[in-house]
Design a protein around this ligand. Structure first.
Ligand SMILES: Cc1cc2nc3c(=O)[nH]c(=O)nc-3n(C[C@H](O)[C@H](O)[C@H](O)COP(=O)(O)OP(=O)(O)OC[C@H]3O[C@@H](n4cnc5c(N)ncnc54)[C@H](O)[C@@H]3O)c2cc1C
Length: 111
């Protein structure tokens, strides 16, 4: 398991994680971005790198892979350490009764 000395670990290198890496670096934090996939870009890279996207502010249209390249370039000054997780995330069934209990305790007994 890789060890990185950082202030913030961001799980997921999709568009949200990449922009979070930029912004955290902009605010002076050392960032590590971790993903279980080998490439950056989340769903965009994995599912539709060649598709044109029409709903990104400031771009009338942009190809998926170009959007990811821009996000990576934007995050680069923050010098995030990127790392691939060594195990895949497990999908576990959620016990909603326990989730409710936990939520209730977080809310100080209120539901
Ligand atoms: C075919 C298709 C077309 C789309 N077209 C559009 C469009 O035109 N316009 C639009 O606005 N949206 C579109 N979307 C939706 C858009 O891609 C998503 O809203 C966007 O990717 C979400 O970004 P994200 O960073 O939140 O998550 P994701 O892109 O899902 O990235 C999350 C990343 O986190 C990683 N991850 C998750 N859990 C873990 C873990 N436990 N450990 C390690 N890594 C983890 C995943 O591997 C993934 O790389 C489309 C989606 C698909 C599938």
């Amino acid at each position: 398991m890789a060890h990185h000395d950082t202030d913030l670990a961001i799980i997921g290198a999709g568009p949200a994680g990449l922009f979070a890496a930029y912004y955290a670096g902009f605010r002076g934090l050392r960032v590590a971005v971790v993903d279980s996939l080998p490439e950056l870009g989340g769903q965009v890279t994995a599912m539709y790198p060649e598709k044109l996207i029409f709903d990104v502010a400031g771009f009338p249209q942009i190809k998926g892979r170009d959007l990811v390249a821009n996000l990576v370039a934007q995050a680069a000054p923050s010098a995030p350490v990127t790392s691939k997780t060594e195990t895949k995330p497990e999908a576990k069934p959620v016990d909603l009764s326990k989730a409710d209990e936990k939520l209730s305790s977080l809310l100080g007994g209120k539901k």
